[in-house]
Design a protein around this ligand. Structure first.
Ligand SMILES: N[C@@H](CCC(=O)N[C@@H](CS)C(=O)NCC(=O)O)C(=O)O
Length: 206
């Protein structure tokens, strides 16, 4: 039996890893520590994650941070259909995960903060609009790829789809009328039972 511990409140990027372990059907423990908890700055926590952030996972004694890397590690370690098979798929999983983290995440996050999360007086509507406009370019790329294939890697849902769909979580309520392929793929990914469990853990009404 693998020993998997996830650290971080589900209403943080930790929901990405909850989705993954639920896909694997693996038993795990969850420490739902909040990302503002001072315990993240104690020597004991910094020893396993010097970034003082969540999520964090400890898997059979291996401590690993970075939400998307945790998912790739889980896929590689436990195998199954979500795992890449061979060097080519491994490369494509890395490609899509890094692409999401570098081309999409920052702009989508800033848009969400400046439209929803920050107190209204601190929001910057101009920055929100700029970020939303800029992220359309990589999202159009994703839409065009998904016009030609059902999944990002191979002919099945893999950790690449899971990681990119996690980063695109904030797109779920959007109309996406000009990106029908992205919309279809995103909603199919988030309709998976494991994804619904992760959303419910965040408190989403689904
Ligand atoms: N790239 C990291 C980002 C980690 C991150 O920024 N986590 C946030 C919560 S979602 C956090 O812990 N913030 C606390 C802080 O920045 O002090 C990942 O994907 O795991």
């Amino acid at each position: 039996m693998p020993n998997i511990k996830l650290i971080g409140v589900a209403a943080s990027r930790t929901f990405r890893n909850i989705w993954m372990v639920e896909e694997l059907g693996a038993a795990y423990t969850h420490d739902p520590i909040h990302y503002t908890d001072p315990a993240l700055k104690t020597p004991a926590y910094l020893a396993i994650n010097p970034n003082a952030k969540v999520p964090m996972a400890v898997i059979d004694g291996t401590a690993i941070f970075e939400s998307l890397a945790i998912n790739i590690y889980l896929a590689e370690k436990f195998g199954g259909a979500l795992a890449p098979s061979g060097a080519e798929e491994r490369g494509l999983v890395a490609q899509w995960s890094l692409w999401a983290a570098t081309a999409v995440e920052d702009d989508l996050g800033k848009w969400a903060y400046n439209t929803m999360f920050l107190p209204e007086a601190e929001r910057d509507p101009k920055l929100a609009a700029e970020c939303l406009a800029r992220v359309q370019t990589p999202l159009a790329v994703l839409d065009s790829v998904l016009a030609k294939q059902a999944f990002l890697v191979g002919d099945r849902f893999t950790v690449a789809d899971l990681n990119v769909a996690c980063v695109c979580y904030r797109l779920l309520p959007m109309e996406l009328a000009d990106k029908p392929n992205l919309k279809r793929w995103l909603h199919a990914a988030w309709a998976r039972p494991a994804a619904i469990t992760a959303r419910r853990a965040r408190g989403d009404k689904v």
